[in-house]
Design a protein around this ligand. Structure first.
Ligand SMILES: C[S@@+](CC[C@H](N)C(=O)[O-])C[C@H]1O[C@@H](n2cnc3c(N)ncnc32)[C@H](O)[C@@H]1O
Length: 327
């Protein structure tokens, strides 16, 4: 029998396949858009200059957030992640993952536990969060020596460092792929050599096999999202996957924001200055396809959760997506 457990922001179905549909998103949409008390979430947002902020300010808000929560583990380990993204387990040999906006390691931990041959690079704009993530990985009883590489990066301004995938290697990959288009075996051999770390150049790690964007894209201003996604695309090896999970349009947490907290269409600012965006499937599709990705999976995950304090049902909506960088 399946059992549901609340895990931080989300639920995990224990002992069953990953589960994503308690209710129809279209029914929720109809209800919200026809409710007078919720209509303000759907109306076009008029931009007021004082409501916008610089990307630097947004990263500062996240740094303060992590400073305030540095003692407790605010984000819980996302144990459902591997059920949702089984391809993280299916890959063979050594492979690399870039977890973008890793916080204190909620997504990093289950990935590192899953296999001894996964190497995780993880960035955040908060040194405190990176330190907490490192402590969590060190404390976990897993063979993680040299498999976890946290690094500081404000990805909404700087992009990713060139040691992940330098221009020369990107170009080389591109030329090789063109030369070997009809020679799949040669491509696979070249890929296996790169993954095994037998590359003869030491300029960079040769790109990554997966990028994970787990509740991170929603935390940057909407206007910065195309830049962030383009950078994710640029560090992926051709043919590799970007795994996406984030807040969905009309999620219960969106409907709790006050009209005064709205800073854009579907975009809100909490009292502490951190942001949250709520994605429709169309918006996610536009963002990723415009960056050059191929859509493999994209759906709403609609789950009923019981609030044990007040006995009320909470309708949670998340967006689940898998996108591929073309070969
Ligand atoms: C909601 S948390 C998600 C954490 C993690 N991915 C997980 O699965 O729990 C969003 C994270 O993105 C980080 N972040 C927000 N804006 C950033 C930026 N511009 N550069 C780097 N990290 C950023 C925050 O510090 C925070 O740790």
């Amino acid at each position: 029998m399946e059992r549901r457990e609340k895990v931080g922001e989300e639920i995990e179905v224990v002992g069953a396949r990953y589960y994503s549909k308690d209710f129809e998103w279209e029914n929720l949409r109809h209800e919200v858009e026809n409710s007078p008390s919720l209509r303000h979430h759907c109306q076009p947002h008029i931009v007021i200059s004082s409501s916008s902020s610089s990307s630097g300010e947004d990263a500062e808000a996240w740094k303060s957030f992590h400073n305030r929560h540095s003692r407790g583990r605010f984000f819980k380990e996302r144990r459902y992640l591997l059920k949702e993204f089984p391809e993280l387990l299916d890959a063979h040999g050594w492979y690399t993952i870039l977890e973008v906006g890793c916080g204190n390691g909620s997504s990093v931990l289950p990935i590192l536990r899953a296999k001894d041959t996964i190497v995780v690079y993880a960035c955040d704009c908060s040194m405190v969060a990176l330190e907490r993530a490192k402590e969590a990985v060190d404390a976990a009883e897993i063979s993680q020596k040299l498999r976890f590489h946290p690094f500081y990066c404000d990805f909404s301004i700087d992009g990713f460092p060139s040691w992940i995938f330098c221009n020369a290697c990107r170009e080389k990959f591109h030329v090789e792929a063109q030369n070997n288009l009809s020679d799949v075996v040669a491509n696979e051999e070249a890929n296996a050599m790169r993954i095994a770390g037998t590359r003869d150049v030491q300029c960079c790690i040769g790109g990554v096999d997966f990028v994970t964007l787990i509740f991170t894209l929603s935390s940057v201003p909407f206007r910065s999202m195309p830049f962030v996604i383009a950078n994710c695309y640029s560090v992926l090896k051709p043919g590799s996957l970007l795994l996406f999970r984030d807040y969905g349009l009309y999620d219960m947490t969106m409907l709790r924001f006050l009209p005064t907290q709205r800073v854009g269409n579907r975009e809100y600012k909490r009292a502490d200055g951190t942001r949250s965006y709520f994605f429709s499937l169309d918006t996610v599709r536009d963002l990723f396809l415009n960056a050059g990705f191929i859509e493999l999976e994209l759906e709403y995950c609609c789950i009923n959760l019981l609030n044990h304090h007040n006995g009320k049902n909470m309708r949670r909506v998340w967006v689940h997506g898998k996108f591929q960088r073309p070969i």
